[in-house]
Design a binder for this molecule. Sequence first.
Ligand code: BDR
Ligand code: CA
Length: 311
Amino acid sequence: MADKKKIILDVDPGHDDAVAILLAAKNEKLDLKGITVVAGNQTLEKTLQNTLNVCSFAGLNDIPIFAGMAKPLVREQVIADDIHGDSGLDGPQFPKSTLKEEDKHAVDFIIEECLAAEDGITLIPTGPLTNIAMALIREPKIKENIDEIVLMGGSYTLGNTTPAAEFNIYVDGEAAKVVFESGLDITMVGLDLTHQAKAYPEIVERIAEIDNDVSNLVVELLKFFGYTYNRVFDFDAPPLHDVCAVAGVIDKDVFTSRKMRVDIETDSELNYGRTVCDFYGVVDKEANAEVALDLNKELFWDLLIEALKKY
Ligand code: BDR
Ligand code: CA
């Protein structure tokens, strides 16, 4: 088999981030070099603890975990406790974690790992882009070794935090601007795609049938996530946003995409954090992102379920 793809997963768990970690750690095509944590769905202290709890519970003892930026580059912190609860990962009770974060800062790890990755590395951010932007600002040379950034964030239609903006981009629009204007290969896995990844009861049933500790944890996570998505958005099932980005790196057939210009709005009160997507190619600006369009649901759920069976 071809060499595994080196990846860094940058997360803010978060129910869907937790499941994204579980997929990334158990797919044979990926070599997960480290998990970097950022403030987002909750404070950094909580998103870090959640990452440690999930990895410890799942027996993922060999993946280094790094704490990163506790605040957006410019703005005040915004959290999503309405969706993810007071802990950021409400629902399951975790036993005390046996893991600890590394001494190194997440941004230093990203820089060092990218500089060392002469055969290329892929970044998968599933939270606000603060850590990634900071690494790009501090050491632009890392671009030479980054194959691509496949990020969960944005939308070419509607937002979920304001009518115009998706949460991850809204939290740190300035960081998103740095990433989208970096000149790197960017794939934007936005809400238009991730809302096709709703975990309906038949999917939850397939996960429950695996019946190991980790699949049972996922069922519990989905229960809480489903409840809040129903209460806040009136959704009939919870969408596993962040898992879509990881799945897209494992297999390009997970979604279709279209290359277009994506600019990040940072100057407007009503539209702050909007990913302005030139879907029809009407502006004379170079396209800078592949924007995910249609999800291959069968392939997506099969990838996740196969990974969960390995625990
Ligand atoms: C994104 O926001 C967070 O609440 C989720 O974890 C996901 O990354 C969806 O807008
Ligand atoms: Ca997230």
